[in-house]
Design a protein around this ligand. Structure first.
Ligand code: WTA
Length: 696
């Protein structure tokens, strides 16, 4: 509950669990392992390349304002964006096509959870992503679908518009109306994009569920958003392995009375069973008209709900709306990546995550460029997959996770060498802190020191990139492993245990954002109170990020990782409470505590400490059963590296589990326990340490 996220606990964690020196922009404990750099070698920084150096003309619609106010540098414009916040966003909003202009730029009161942008304005997101580009050139390539088996399918803007309209009409046929939820459970594919845009076209709300989630996770999400329709495929192939999507949907919708229709795409030849509410998607699309007038929607009509993990057991449905979200996603992509017309954007994330929503689908299409849909994995069929894809698709901007990078650099340069990567201009990173070694490998080996590395910090809740190395002036440096500079209109503040740290004081604390921005979440779907309680109450008027942070004397921000019970496994966000709930549902388990520890590839790994009920002894099946349970109720990536049976958990006198101590045990740092005086009984640590040492 609430106690777990009190600031005091959060700050204690920053100090104790994330030790690093702020005098150097590198992780102090980040010792290069594979890449052959000497331990403790100083970090190199790189300059912002000339062509990326910030010019006000990079902001659409802003040139005149900049001229009038004499704004030239990043710092000028950044300051202006805070001081004249309305004027700034008003001029940037010119990059969207409006059906009706807005009369009010913003109407927000974060203390009350009120967030409203571009009020009175009317538009259609799918029209912004499709029709306006089709009007210019219907043959322009919108999607490059890199399928699991290496090979690419090209889809033009004209074709995508046609599919979107057919899908929109199909949804209407299924009685989906404005404001209804549609669940999309599909691999990263053109049909998934058309489904999302079809919802946007008719004002339905989409909920994309990552197709690696279990049927139970799917069921919970469908139940929470009361979806009327599910769009899925017979199966999905990822990394050469089949995932029986339709079967998982069947299991899920048994308990979802709101679902009236399930559309099934025939992704492979494999036939499946059809139930009464199932409709073959191709038949429905064949019968549908290819024309569908875009619904005229209000700026603040809901666009989508995306479920994400928090500190509590149940994932929450983060709600984003039309205009603010689209503008923020499109603008950040344009500026941070220095986007040019005709470019190919290779964000290789799955569409089931926010990175996929914002930078595979909405931003690239709003900006009218070509976006890559990557259906496979970094290692399939070999660790050169990314690089052969870059070469074949002539990707200009690559946007991947540090985990993928770490898993590839272990295989060495030989997988990179034979590929022509000269199309690359920008190297993006997202999702978790990047270690120094991986950053350097990306810069040296992949970018050949030509391409700036942009380590972008943001969240499902922020809608788009919030802190990133670019924009920056060409005289400014980029430091490895630092998110660096706030995007325009974003006002980050760092708060330590007492108060807000002075800007640039180099103090560790928790990151807040002190004012609203167009891309921020509008709420938690179906739970208004939880919105304020979760995000806006710790420091009223400020948005709580849940991340630790340092602001250096130069005004650069370094993100140090979560300070709450959210963890980042392979760049996937997960709540320890979710995993504990799954483990605790086993009949033999009395209680459990899940903590994370640093993992060379995944960033963070999971360790579960499990206490059995009195009558049971552990047998060889138990750990296997527990793993199965977790896979079944969440997803495979949530399975801990280690599951240890212990006689008890360390608790305070008031009965709280001391996760801090378990975290240290999981890192074999038994000397660092520090003050254990609040422990019920200091001797109880020994059997836990013993049990752990047997596993590693
Ligand atoms: C983490 C992903 C360090 C952070 C877009 C955040 C990062 C969480 C970075 C959100 C980064 C994301 N450096 N940490 N560049 N980017 N994170 O909602 O802990 O899946 O709170 O959104 O990922 O994860 P989410």
């Amino acid at each position: 509950g609430k106690a777990a996220s009190t600031p005091a606990k959060a700050y204690a964690k920053v100090g104790i669990e994330r030790e690093y020196s702020t005098s150097t922009p590198c992780f102090a404990n980040d010792k290069p392992k594979h890449y052959g750099k000497k331990e403790g070698a100083p970090c190199r920084n790189v300059r912002v390349p000339e062509e990326y150096g910030f010019k006000p003309g990079m902001l659409p619609g802003f040139e005149n304002v900049a001229r009038e106010h004499g704004l030239k540098t990043y710092k000028d414009v950044y300051r202006f964006s805070l001081e004249h916040n309305d004027l700034f966003w008003e001029s940037c909003a010119k990059m969207l096509n409006w059906k009706e202009p807005f009369h009010t730029v913003q109407d927000c009161d974060l203390k009350k959870g009120k967030v409203g942008w571009f009020l009175g304005g009317k538009l259609n997101v799918s029209e912004n992503c499709l029709d306006r580009h089709v009007a210019e050139d219907p043959n322009k390539i919108a999607l490059l679908w890199e399928k699991d088996e290496p090979g690419t399918v090209q889809i033009s803007y004209g074709q995508l518009l046609e599919w979107t309209c057919k899908m929109a009409n199909t949804l209407k046929q299924a009685r989906v109306q404005k404001g209804d939820c549609v669940c999309v459970y599909l691999p990263t594919s053109p049909m998934a994009v058309a489904s999302m845009l079809a919802c946007a076209r008719i004002g339905a709300i989409h909920t994309v569920v990552f197709a690696g989630f279990s049927s139970e996770s799917l069921r919970d999400r469908i139940q929470n958003c009361k979806a009327k329709v599910v769009i899925t495929a017979n199966e999905m192939i990822r990394g050469g392995k089949s995932i029986p999507l339709k079967q998982l949907v069947d299991d899920a919708v048994k308990d979802c009375p709101t679902v009236k229709t399930v559309f099934v795409e025939q992704r492979t030849k494999k036939e499946g069973r059809y139930a009464k509410h199932d409709v073959a998607l191709t038949d429905a699309l064949d019968a549908a008209s290819a024309e569908c007038a875009p619904e005229v929607l209000d700026s603040e009509d809901p666009l989508f709900v995306l479920y994400t993990s928090g500190s509590t057991g149940k994932p929450k449905g983060v709600l984003h709306t039309q205009a603010g979200y689209l503008l923020y996603a499109a603008l950040t992509q344009k500026v941070v990546f220095n986007l040019k017309p005709g470019e190919v954007f290779g964000c290789l994330a799955d569409i089931g995550w926010i990175t996929g929503h914002s930078y595979v689908v909405y931003a690239p299409l709003a900006n009218g460029i070509t976006t890559v849909l990557f259906e496979s994995t970094p290692n399939y069929p070999s660790p050169s997959r990314y690089w052969s894809t870059v070469e074949r698709l002539k990707i200009n901007h690559l946007y991947i996770s540090p985990t993928a990078l770490r898993s590839l650099l272990r295989h060495g340069k030989s997988h990179v060498k034979n590929h022509d990567l000269s199309s690359l201009r920008t190297l993006g990173l997202v999702g978790e802190p990047v270690n120094h070694e991986a950053w350097e490998w990306y810069y040296d080996v992949i970018g050949q020191r030509r391409c700036p590395v942009v380590d972008t910090w943001w969240q499902t809740e922020t809608g788009g990139i919030s802190i990133a190395p670019l924009p920056g002036d060409s005289a400014d440096p980029i430091y490895p492993g630092m998110a660096m500079r706030p995007f325009f209109g974003i006002e980050p503040v760092v708060k330590n245990s007492e108060a807000f740290a002075d800007h640039g004081s180099d103090q560790a604390g928790v990151l807040y954002v002190a004012r609203p921005w167009p891309g921020m979440l509008r709420g938690i779907y179906g739970d208004e109170e939880r919105f304020v309680e979760t995000y806006l109450s710790e420091k009223p008027g400020c948005y709580t990020t849940g991340d630790g942070c340092v602001e250096t004397a130069d005004g650069y921000f370094k993100i140090t990782g979560r300070v709450d019970d959210v963890i980042n496994v392979s760049g996937h966000r997960l709540g320890t409470a979710e995993v504990e709930n799954a483990i605790d549902s086993h009949g033999k388990v009395a209680e459990s505590a899940v903590v994370s520890f640093p993992h060379l590839v995944k960033g963070e790994g999971l360790a579960a400490f499990v206490v059995l009920t009195d009558d049971y002894e552990a047998d060889e099946h138990l750990v296997k059963d527990l793993k199965g349970l977790i896979k079944h109720s969440i997803a495979s990536y949530a399975i801990p590296e280690e599951i240890v049976i212990v006689p008890h958990l360390p608790k305070t006198r008031s009965g709280k589990i001391m996760r801090r101590l378990l975290k240290l045990i999981a890192q074999n740092k038994n000397e660092d326990f520090g003050d254990t005086s609040t422990l019920q009984d200091p001797d109880i640590l020994k059997p836990i340490i013993d049990a752990w040492s047997k596993t590693t």
